[in-house]
Design a protein around this ligand. Structure first.
Ligand code: SF4
Ligand code: SF4
Length: 188
């Protein structure tokens, strides 16, 4: 066979390499057998509940009592999918000669989960700990409009928010605790 004919014949290219194929083939079969015997990690949802990490981003819960209607979360939301309405209420002075105070009253707080991209910015920026992540994810709807959760529904998710993780015993003492424990000036 001429040199050009040998290049066209595929069997002539593999003929000299046959001993190298068998170990590779056996190794592949051993790997397949090992994988087949290993326990599966796939949860057959919805027949089996998946085990999710406690900090999974499933849905956002609202603790209404903590919300001051400061609008920070709505302003920072990149998708503009948080809707807040509030009004001011006057609280009469409690002491004679005192001044009346004003406070915001939350009328509406809604998140449109059909627009939300689960970035978590709203939860991070809230200065009053009014928003929390819940791992609950079973709220799919047939109609996109039903993914607009009003404050009553957002408040209902609070029951599914996991407790915060325990403090790290090796962590440094918080600065405010150190400051509170510092002796007053002029005292030993
Ligand atoms: S998670 Fe992100 S996109 Fe969703 S409501 Fe919060 S800030 Fe907006
Ligand atoms: S940032 Fe927090 S306190 Fe301010 S409006 Fe949003 S949820 Fe309420």
């Amino acid at each position: 066979m001429s040199e050009s004919n040998a290049a066209k014949d595929p069997s002539s290219r593999t003929r000299g390499k046959a001993p190298g194929i068998l170990p590779g083939l056996l190794q592949g079969m051993v790997t397949t057998a090992k994988s087949a015997l290993r326990p599966t990690h796939t949860a057959e949802y919805p027949h089996a509940e998946p085990t999710l990490p406690p900090r999974s981003r499933g849905v956002i819960a609202l603790l209404e009592e903590n919300c001051t209607s400061c609008m920070l979360c709505a302003r920072e939301c990149p998708d503009w999918c948080i809707y807040i309405d509030s009004h001011k209420e006057t609280i009469p002075a409690t002491t004679p000669g005192g001044r009346d105070r004003q406070r915001n009253v939350l009328d509406r707080f809604a998140i449109d989960f059909s627009l939300c991209m689960y970035c978590g910015i709203c939860v991070e920026v809230c200065p009053f700990d009014a928003l929390f992540w819940s791992p609950q994810f079973e709220y799919a709807e047939y109609d996109l409009r039903d993914l607009l959760h009003e404050k009553e529904r957002l408040g209902g998710w609070m029951a599914t928010v996991p407790p915060p993780p325990a403090l790290d015993p090796a962590a440094a003492e918080p600065a405010e605790v150190t400051a509170a424990n510092r002796p007053e000036r002029g005292r030993p």
